[in-house]
Design a protein around this ligand. Structure first.
Ligand SMILES: [Ca+2]
Ligand SMILES: [Ca+2]
Ligand SMILES: [Ca+2]
Ligand SMILES: [Ca+2]
Length: 584
């Protein structure tokens, strides 16, 4: 136990012994103030008990980019039984891909609480290829979440038929893409009630003509590996949902096609400027990021390289990996987290109308975070329910071959956990978190969600060469919390793009926390689409305000904490599931 905590523990014990006998008159105010004892955020890796056993057939030695870039994970409830299921992409190898490839995803169904079984083949998720990323959305508004899988060579759209059975509708829908797709995310950018899909593509590479020693860009110091520097990229893709099961590719028309062929990686939609229209952020490797502002007429403006989020501090290009938006400061703005390659900052920004994007990396303490890691999937979640969003980032270098260079980041690296101490100041609490207790992995995508419906947000990571890790959040806290499942009626049914603002009242005045429903993001992954809010000591939300994608707004007053609510657009709360009692 650290000295400070031990001291506090002893003081609490002394109070407990003295208070009843001596100072009854001040005992009541002391109790009502309930001084908050900070509880460490704790996770337990339960992957093995949970039944994650499907392993990859890919070789450990990774020389080519297509072997190093994947993959992603998703948390979604494929049969609407109230328990989250887990989808992971699968690796392939050059030889295996040339012979038809591997199943692009593995679906783990949660049968009993926290016990999963591999139902991939039974579910009809049998398209072969080389899986990279996953974006989940109910694209046809039938109430069942559908799956989009990106990959090398081609992508797949699976329509959910119910009961975790899926139908491959890629051809009919015209969304196969081609080349080397990476990130994907859904949003109803034209607000016609139908979710649309953006797909980023990485480098142009042909598995029939792979580079080798002596080729341009092949070799990193003494290590014989393929480097992105020698490659051209592709355009990116925007699929507008026509509402009849087909899509039209409109990236050029909409102004988001990436004519410069930057190397696309992560994709995330968020209404960063708060005007009610979803905007688009794309992380590009070794080139400027795209910040596309929605112009409300089905086209977008690129904020361009003048935006502080596009390039490094000195105008340099960076190895951008992924991004996530979330409320970090309770000031009505969305923070933006960008993960990058080692020796470059893990950065935090926010947007305000007067200044545009503002770099908060120094102010937030993120500049002090260990830079010697290759960071991939990450994002915001309130992991201790104190009302402040924390940050978790998964790490790992591209290939174990680089481990011969002692000064380079390691192939397997710890997970980073940054606790929001309040007011958007972060402290590295990775060491005590339990996230790195088992052998380290080379990780890529991460997904957040409440897998056991206990009100604590759990985490799944994609691990190269092995099954995903499931980290159960076992933080003991008396903080209150609530989850919201939103169902659109005029809006798209999964309410992708809905913004919820939760207000609680404290001695210091009202506190507002805000989040939006997203469908794909960070690195190649998809979170639980239920919105989760930590509420600290508040037992009541004085207001729950919803801005639906249709533009309708709805406000619920005095909603009790500690439940999972289903809210239907225009109809208020339609279902309430109480969360378990707090662990204290
Ligand atoms: Ca649409
Ligand atoms: Ca906007
Ligand atoms: Ca927190
Ligand atoms: Ca949980």
């Amino acid at each position: 136990m650290p000295a400070k905590r031990a001291r506090r523990f002893r003081m609490n014990r002394i109070h407990a012994i003295l208070a009843p006998a001596l100072i009854i008159s001040i005992a009541i105010p002391l109790l009502s103030q309930k001084p908050q004892v900070e509880q460490p955020i704790r996770f337990r890796d339960i992957s093995r008990e949970a039944g994650f056993t499907t392993t990859s057939a890919a070789p450990l030695e990774k020389k080519y980019l297509v072997e190093m870039m994947g993959g992603g994970v998703a948390l979604f409830d494929c049969d609407n039984d109230g328990k989250l299921d887990i989808l992971s992409t699968n690796e392939s190898s050059v030889d295996r891909y040339r012979n038809g490839g591997d199943l692009m995803v593995t679906l783990y169904h949660q049968n009993a609480s926290l016990h999963f079984s591999d139902v991939t083949v039974k579910s009809g998720l049998t398209v072969k290829g080389w899986g990279m990323g996953i974006a989940i959305a109910d694209y046809d508004n039938d109430g069942l979440p559908d799956i989009y899988v990106t990959g090398y060579g081609h992508n797949v759209l699976y329509h959910n038929l119910g009961g975790c059975k899926f139908d491959d509708v890629t051809e009919k829908a015209h969304v196969a893409g081609e080349g080397f797709s990476a990130g994907a995310a859904w949003a109803d950018y034209d607000r016609d009630g139908r979710p649309d899909l953006f797909v980023s593509r990485y480098v142009y590479t042909d598995l029939s003509h792979l580079p080798g020693p002596g080729s341009k860009g092949f070799g990193y110091r003494d290590v014989q590996i393929e480097q992105p520097v020698a490659h051209d990229g592709y355009t990116d893709l925007l699929y507008r949902n026509r509402g009849d099961g087909t899509f039209e590719e409109v990236a050029g028309k909409a102004g988001v096609s990436n004519p410069d062929h930057r190397l696309g990686m992560g994709v995330v939609w968020a209404d960063y400027d708060g005007d009610g229209w979803p905007d688009l952020f794309v992380t590009n490797d070794m080139s400027a990021n795209y910040v596309f502002r929605n112009k409300h007429d089905a086209t977008f403006d690129d904020l361009g390289v003048s935006a502080v989020v596009a390039l490094g501090e000195r105008g340099e290009t960076q190895g951008n990996m992924a991004a996530d938006f979330g409320d970090v400061a309770h000031d009505g703005t969305l923070g933006l987290l960008i993960t990058r390659y080692a020796h470059q900052p893990l950065s935090l920004y926010h947007y305000n109308a007067a200044e545009g994007f503002v770099d908060d990396t120094y102010l937030s303490g993120l500049e002090r975070v260990d830079r010697n890691m290759t960071r991939w999937g990450g994002g915001f979640a309130d992991l201790d329910n104190d009302g402040w969003n924390d940050i978790l980032v998964a790490n790992g270098n591209f290939t174990p071959l680089i481990d011969v260079i002692p000064t380079d980041p390691r192939y397997v690296e710890p997970i980073l956990l940054l606790r929001n101490k309040g007011n958007a100041k972060f402290a590295d609490v990775s060491e005590a978190s339990g996230l790195n207790n088992l052998p380290l992995q080379s990780r890529r995508g991460t997904a957040f969600g409440d897998i056991d419906n206990d009100g604590n947000i759990d985490v799944v990571t994609y691990n190269v060469g092995g099954p995903p890790s499931l980290f159960l959040n076992v933080t003991k806290t008396s903080n209150h919390r609530a989850l919201f499942r939103l169902v659109g009626t005029k809006s798209n049914k999964a309410a992708i793009g809905a913004r919820v603002t939760v207000t609680t009242t404290s001695a210091a005045g009202p506190v507002n926390r805000m989040d939006e429903v997203r469908a794909g993001g960070s690195y190649l992954s998809s979170n639980d689409q239920r919105l989760h809010f930590g509420l600290g000591e508040a037992t009541v939300m004085t207001s729950v305000h919803i801005r639906w994608p249709s533009g309708e707004t709805e406000e619920l007053k005095n909603v009790a904490a500690d439940a999972i609510y289903t809210i239907v657009e225009g109809q208020g709360i339609k279902d309430t599931v109480k969360l378990p009692a707090l662990s204290k």
